[in-house]
Design a protein around this ligand. Structure first.
Ligand SMILES: Nc1ncnc2c1ncn2[C@@H]1O[C@H](COP(=O)(O)OP(=O)(O)OP(=O)(O)O)[C@@H](O)[C@H]1O
Ligand SMILES: [Mg+2]
Length: 275
C-alpha cells in the first residue's frame, strides 16, 4: 500500500467577517499535491470568499498551511511570491491587449525566467495567436490566457474560480482540457459548479454550505451518491421519467432538476464527463 503524499495546502477553521457579517464560519479543506482538487457548493456557499481568504485579499483567521508553512498572517504579495497563482472568477484578461501583452504583464520579477516553454507546450494556440487582441478570443481561449498567466511564474499552486462559468458546452469542454493539461504541471484548486467538469478532472473535493465545510472526500464518490449530491449541491432532483440519479454516463449538471444557476452554466457533453 502506498502512503498518501502530504497535502500541498491545508486550510483549517478559516473564518471571514466582512462588514460585521460572518461569511465563513470555519472552512476546512486540503489541496492534494498533484492533480485537481475541487471546491464545490451552491451559490453563495462561500467558495470565492474562501479563495480570497487563502490569498489574503480579505482579513481572515484560522490556519492556511502552504507546503507546511503557516501563511494566514501573510499579505497577498507574500503569498504570490510563495507561488500561488490565481485565475479569478471574471478571468481578468485585458481585452484591448494582445495575448503576448497579457502574458508579459503577468511576468513576475524575481520569479526566474518566465516559463514560456511550458505555456507554449501546453497551449500552442497562444503562440499562434500572440498578436491577437485578447478581447477577440473565444471565452475558452481567454480562459487559456488566464490559466497560462498562472503557469508563467513557476507557481506551486493554481487557484481557478469557476473557469467554465457562462460558457457554451463545447467551450466548457475546451476549458476542461486546458485545465487538464495545466494540472499535469501544477496542482489546481478548482472552484466549479459544472459537475461534468468536476467528474472529469477532480480526484478529491470539498463542499461548502453556508460558510462551512459540509463534506470532503473523493469527488467520484460524491458524484455517484445521488442523495449526497442532491443534499450538498442541489442537483439530480427527480421529475417524471427521470430517476434523479446522476449515473455514470449522465453528468449530474444536465439533470432536468438542476437549479437555475446551473442551467445558465451548462454541463459538458456526456463524452467529456467520461473522459
Ligand atoms: N464583500 C462582501 N460583502 C458582503 N457580503 C459578501 C461579500 N462577499 C461575499 N459576500 C456574501 O458572502 C456569501 C458567500 O459569497 P461567495 O461569493 O463566497 O459565494 P460563492 O460560493 O463563491 O458563490 P457563487 O457560486 O455565486 O460564486 C454570500 O452570501 C455573499 O453575498
Ligand atoms: Mg464565487
Amino acid at each position: 500500500m502506498s502512503t498518501t503524499p502530504a497535502p500541498l495546502l491545508t486550510v483549517r477553521d478559516l473564518k471571514v467577517v466582512i462588514g460585521g457579517r460572518h461569511i465563513l464560519h470555519g472552512v476546512d479543506l486540503e489541496v492534494a499535491a498533484s492533480g485537481t482538487t475541487a471546491l464545490l457548493g451552491r451559490n453563495g456557499a462561500g467558495k470565492t470568499t474562501t479563495v480570497r481568504g487563502i490569498l489574503g485579499l480579505i482579513p481572515r483567521t484560522g490556519s492556511v498551511l502552504l507546503g507546511g508553512e503557516e501563511t494566514v498572517r501573510l499579505a497577498t504579495h507574500a503569498l504570490v511570491r510563495r507561488g500561488i497563482g490565481y485565475a479569478p472568477e471574471d478571468r481578468g484578461v485585458f481585452a484591448a491587449l494582445t495575448v503576448a501583452e497579457n502574458l508579459r504583464l503577468a511576468e513576475r520579477p524575481g520569479a526566474g525566467e518566465p516559463a514560456y516553454d511550458l505555456v507554449h507546450e501546453l497551449f500552442p494556440e497562444l503562440r499562434q495567436r500572440a498578436r491577437q487582441a485578447a478581447g477577440t478570443l473565444s471565452g475558452g481561449q481567454q480562459q487559456m490566457v488566464a490559466i497560462a498567466r498562472t503557469l508563467l511564474n513557476g507557481n506551486r499552486l493554481i487557484i481557478a474560480d469557476e473557469p467554465t462559468k457562462g460558457l457554451a458546452p463545447k467551450v466548457v469542454s475546451e476549458v476542461a482540457q486546458v485545465l487538464e493539461r495545466a494540472a499535469q504541471a501544477v496542482p489546481i484548486l478548482l472552484v466549479e459548479q459544472n459537475l461534468a467538469v468536476v467528474r472529469r478532472l477532480a480526484r478529491h473535493c470539498a463542499v461548502l454550505a453556508d460558510g462551512r465545510t459540509a463534506h470532503r472526500g473523493p469527488a467520484a464518490e460524491l458524484l455517484a451518491d445521488a442523495d449526497a449530491a442532491r443534499r450538498l449541491l442541489g442537483v439530480g432532483r427527480a421529475r417524471h421519467g427521470d430517476t434523479g440519479t446522476p449515473s455514470a454516463g449522465t453528468p449530474a449538471g444536465t439533470s432536468p432538476g438542476t437549479p437555475a444557476r446551473t442551467a445558465a452554466h451548462p454541463a459538458a457533453p456526456t463524452a467529456e464527463a467520461d473522459a
